[in-house]
Design a protein around this ligand. Structure first.
Ligand SMILES: Cc1ncc(COP(=O)(O)O)c(C=O)c1O
Length: 363
């Protein structure tokens, strides 16, 4: 029999994740110099990692023959200090994406439901489908998560409710107060997942630690891919009550986070001055993009994250035209928003280049 006949039936219908296009790919296809290409497609950090993280990564690879510490003890200790929690309240993943998958391993069976916004980060839907669960997608209102509607969508079959704040792809945030009362309102058979991938860029991010201390079923997800500029190393974490964290930790691969990533993450946490600079400069970049879009007469969604959603008419067309000019943005067909593109804030020079090229390609 062919492998495709042997595969589980759901795999045939399983939608693939479509990432932002890599610079090398676009350079090859367009015949451009990779150095001249600007990627503003994947909400990465234009300012790169802290030099201290780079040094730590170089030192770590000198011991590349050794398996990493599977328990990520040094990183969990450092995170515990940073957040004022205990090391056993953390679970470390190969990117925070992997923590979403751990949640599936631990909590989702066929027929379970996962409540989430629409549109919201597509991995939530993909992980629900991977475990045979049903994604219950609740339309955003004014591009923001409608917490009341999310709460009303909960049924006895709901296992997870996921809220990204700020949300991806819209960049909107829920207020700490409304988020806290939403979490309190959920029944106790539901785990609330608060995805804080972009919270470092927000004006007034929520603090779910008091809710964790109260013993509520809530987990925060964070990543080193955004404000810490370490997306290539794949490291993220969840923090929750110790019982929830240890359940998630149980289903990981023995060495899921490599030693270079662990060392770089610890060093990045130690360099908060650099992280604060990245957050500050990124916010300035966001304001500049928003101002530029307004000058071009384009509708945009005011952003609390490191990217802005802007309505350009034919998103796929504008994406293609920008690509020919060496700028990669994210078309949003995948999110069923064909008139919009998502643009990550770059360096000041990159932002000006994007605005100039966008002006040139608009009809
Ligand atoms: C909302 C959200 N959560 C999680 C992630 C995944 O981050 P990581 O690189 O840690 O897997 C992303 C990445 O873009 C994201 O947008």
């Amino acid at each position: 029999m062919k492998p495709s006949e042997l595969a589980k039936p759901f795999v045939h219908a399983y939608p693939a994740y479509v990432p932002g296009r890599p610079i090398e790919d676009v350079a090859r296809e367009m015949g451009l110099d990779p150095a001249a290409i600007v990627k503003l497609a994947s909400n990465e950090n234009a300012f790169g990692p802290s030099p201290r993280a780079v040094e730590a990564a170089k030192r770590a690879i000198e011991h590349g023959q050794l398996y990493p510490d599977g328990g990520c003890l040094a990183l969990r200790n450092r995170l515990a200090e940073f957040h004022g929690l205990k090391p056993e309240q953390f679970v470390i993943g190969n990117g925070s994406n992997e923590i979403i998958e751990f949640l599936g391993h631990v909590f989702l069976s066929r027929g379970d439901e996962v409540v989430m916004g629409l549109p919201e980060f597509v991995m939530y839907r993909l992980v629900a489908l991977l475990f045979g669960a049903t994604p219950v997608e609740v339309p955003l209102v004014n591009h923001g998560n409608d917490l009341g509607a999310l709460a009303r969508a909960v049924t006895p079959r709901t296992k997870l409710v996921i809220v990204a704040t700020p949300n991806n792809p819209t960049g909107t945030a829920n207020s700490p107060e409304e988020l806290a009362s939403f979490i309190r309102s959920l029944p106790d058979w539901v785990i609330c997942v608060v995805d804080e991938a972009y919270s470092d860029f927000a004006d007034n991010p929520p603090d779910i630690r008091p809710l964790i201390r109260e013993g509520l079923n809530v987990i925060g997800l964070r990543t080193f891919s955004k404000v810490y500029g370490l997306a290539s190393l794949r490291v993220g974490y969840g923090y929750a009550g110790a019982e929830l964290a240890s359940l998630l930790d149980r289903v990981r691969q023995p060495f899921n986070v490599n030693a270079v990533a662990q060392a770089a993450a610890v060093a990045a946490l130690d360099d908060q001055d650099f992280a604060r600079m990245c957050a500050r400069e990124t916010r300035k970049g966001i304001r500049r993009l928003e101002e530029g879009f307004a000058d071009l007469g384009l509708e945009f969604v005011p952003s609390q994250a490191n990217f802005v959603l802007v309505r350009v008419g034919d998103g796929a067309h504008v994406f293609e035209d920008l690509q020919h000019r060496g700028i990669i943005v994210r078309p949003l067909k995948l999110y069923d928003m064909p008139e919009w593109i998502r643009v990550t804030a770059g360096t000041p020079g990159q932002n000006e280049r994007l605005l100039g090229e966008l002006a040139a390609v608009l009809p």
